[in-house]
Ligand binder design. Structure first.
Ligand code: FAD
Length: 280
């Protein structure tokens, strides 16, 4: 469909064509491995830094710098988070286990699945939160998103002989329930096992606001998007043309627009490309 549309509009496609440098005299001149191309206007749609293996490059930022168009600091987004050896000691055995949680980073919170990996945490809730996380900050995980504070105490009263981990496993995968309990309750578990309501309420609260400090993230090799990019304040919001360099446009992932999971990044690439296309 896209090729048909391109043909109808008279688009000339140049495949396997690497742009090495851009110059500007009277017109833009692109130096490529297939020769030089000249044009009145230039739209930079070379994406961002995620997944270098797929050809990602910082080329858009080189062009931005060359034409004095500001770029905001970049970092990986929608990316799995990694943890230090101290955390991995208890997390690693859970690799492959997932649960529905609310993951919070800064002011953003996402209710979706979290997945333990052999390096830390992933899954949609974590990927979403990662775009709002900054190094050194902690994230907060609510492992019991539907539970009221008193729920474990109530369930334990109803089943006094049941082990606490069995009660908790009504809400979470068994292995996760057991590990979280050991990690959160620690030595107080004996006391909690004796059905102290207050201790069980404290435990529930702790599991609903479970703070973890990621050591880092899996980087651009695993990131689905990039946070930051060509500063949108430096672009016309109607046409994506750079204010500092008339005739030069930036669209898509190269710009400082970061979408949530769910197709918003593709949407932005197409929508900003369309906007620039109207003005070229
Ligand atoms: C693994 C993964 C999964 C994703 N899943 C989703 C999803 O489910 N939903 C969603 O909305 N978004 C998703 N995204 C994000 C989405 O793919 C991007 O936001 C979108 O493709 C950006 O489009 P773009 O045209 O700006 O850049 P790109 O699609 O990155 O295209 C840029 C192109 O420019 C080329 N290029 C770079 N430098 C040069 C050069 N010097 N000369 C010539 N060509 C060059 C690159 O090779 C590339 O082909 C995902 C991204 C990744 C990495």
């Amino acid at each position: 469909m896209l090729l048909d549309e391109c043909e109808a509009a008279g688009v000339a496609l140049e495949l396997n064509c690497r742009v090495g440098a851009v110059r500007r005299g009277e017109r833009f001149v692109l130096e490529t491995n297939r020769g030089a191309f000249e044009s009145e206007t230039l739209c930079v749609a070379t994406g961002g830094l995620p997944i270098p293996k797929l050809g990602a490059s910082g080329f858009a930022f080189e062009i931005a710098k060359q034409f004095a168009v500001p770029v905001t600091p970049t970092r990986p987004g929608l990316v799995p988070l990694t943890f230090s050896e101290a955390d991995l000691k208890w997390m690693r055995t859970l690799s492959g286990v997932s649960a529905e949680v609310i993951a919070r980073a800064g002011k953003a919170a996402f209710r979706e699945a979290a997945l333990f990996t052999h390096r830390g945490l992933s899954g949609p809730a974590i990927l979403q939160a990662s775009s709002y996380w900054a190094r050194g900050q902690s994230i907060e995980i609510n492992w019991l998103p539907d539970a009221e504070d008193g729920v474990l105490a109530k369930r334990k009263r109803e089943r006094p002989k049941a082990q606490l981990k069995t009660v908790l496993a009504e809400f979470l995968p068994e292995r996760l329930a057991e590990t979280l309990l050991a990690h959160t309750a620690g030595e107080a578990q004996q006391e909690i096992g004796a059905s102290k309501d207050a201790a069980l309420i404290d435990l529930t609260r702790a599991l609903k606001a479970f703070a973890l400090t990621p050591a880092g993230d899996e980087g651009y090799a695993k990131a689905e998007v990039m946070v930051g990019g060509v500063d949108t304040d430096a672009l016309s919001q109607k046409s994506m043309e750079a204010r500092a360099a008339p005739g030069l446009f930036f669209v898509g992932e190269a710009t400082d627009v970061t979408g949530w999971l769910g197709g918003y990044n593709f949407q932005w690439a197409w929508a900003s490309g369309w906007a620039a296309g109207q003005a070229l």
